[in-house]
Design a protein around this ligand. Sequence first.
Ligand SMILES: Cc1ncc(COP(=O)(O)O)c(C=O)c1O
Length: 450
Amino acid sequence: MSTSTGFNRRSFLQSAGLTALAGASGGVALAGSASAQAAGSTHIPMKGGRYDFDTVYDRRNTNTARWDGPSRDFPEGVFRYGMGVATMDFECAPCITEALTARVQHHTWGYMASTDGLRDGIIKWNGERHGLDLDPRELVISDGVYPGMIAALRTLVPRNNKALIMSPAYSGFYSMVKAARIDYVDSPMALKNGRFEIDWADLERKMTPDVRVLILCNPQNPTGNVWREEELLRLGRLALEHKIVVLSDEIHGDFVRKGHRYVPFATLKDQPVVENSITCNAISKTFNLAGMKNAYFYSKSSVLLERVKQYHRAELSTLGVVANEAAYAEGQDWFNQARDYIDGTHDLVEQTVKAKMPQVGYVRNEGTFMTFLNFGKVIKAIDPSELAQYGGKTPEENFQDWLTYKAGVYLNAGSVYGEGSDGYMRMNVASARSVVSGSLDAIAGAIKGL
Ligand SMILES: Cc1ncc(COP(=O)(O)O)c(C=O)c1O
């Protein structure tokens, strides 16, 4: 994990006369006019009943983590493509904007009376799309996946005990265990025939008595695994045998590529396994609503659920509830089209990486809108003293800055995803295809000849 060291890397990057700067090209990547959009004319109309994901939706200068975060760390003109943080660049589903606009006309913002509408939406969405049968009493509404996960970790893992994580795994898991003041152990997966596979022997070896929770990421960010029913059952049975509760984060569940199926852990056909689990979820990835702070968790075990609830506290915002209710109720068509568009973009990424940067390892992912690229050979080919000047804690962090200076493309450094991530960088592909191919071309140009 990347942590602060006292050394101010941000101001260093801002001011350094780095040799890499010579490689940076100026200009911006995006076709849309940021100033026109900032002025409010941001709506992209449908074309022939299809949502238009091709027209670039410029999110710059809206205080967005993906675009406005990294740009602050580099001199003007260096950063061009924000291909990191897991939010999509598309304009949101129109039903969301319509519902928000209608609610804003009513000028009061006191406490809400209930979240029943939201509950109904969650139950219907999961039932109809994923075959999950949820009772409202099994469901707890939250303001993010984090608060539910942290509450579960605090409840289920005593101090000096551990959570087990199959890595490479979402970087947030490592901050969750920290927030819960517990330890963790990684079980690194191994790349076999182009897929990250669970190392079952290692996993079981690490299921020691002090491990109390297995954090599952279903589908797995950043490796893109969509876990199969038999894999989930095997995990669930092993966990049960070792008295380890399964804590399943299923926030990417709706993003599954053609030919794959998302299996909610709680739909497994083994009741004791299901009752030994808690699932955290949200549609904040599905509809790009991360800033609207809305999520939920559930368990088929009322005992587990009641225990976790004691450590959980969340407050929702009116607009967040309105936006999420609208998405659950009317967003299906928009999402199905967005998901299919991203599926096609994954194909584009695969073809481009294989054709234009043969030294980069491609892992064909089964779900999520991220892709995990192996730049290990490229990183090794760069003069270590050139990389070291960036002052990062890992080669991947240094390469992140190197690539931003050389190509203007900002990716997430693999080293934040735990063991087994050496050499990897995570790229977000949920953008207009011209932005994705523009950023890939820029990367290919920067690493050519290495
Ligand atoms: C696997 C996973 N879990 C949780 C989150 C964050 O969830 P939230 O913003 O609801 O806390 C993310 C965000 O990228 C994620 O990828």
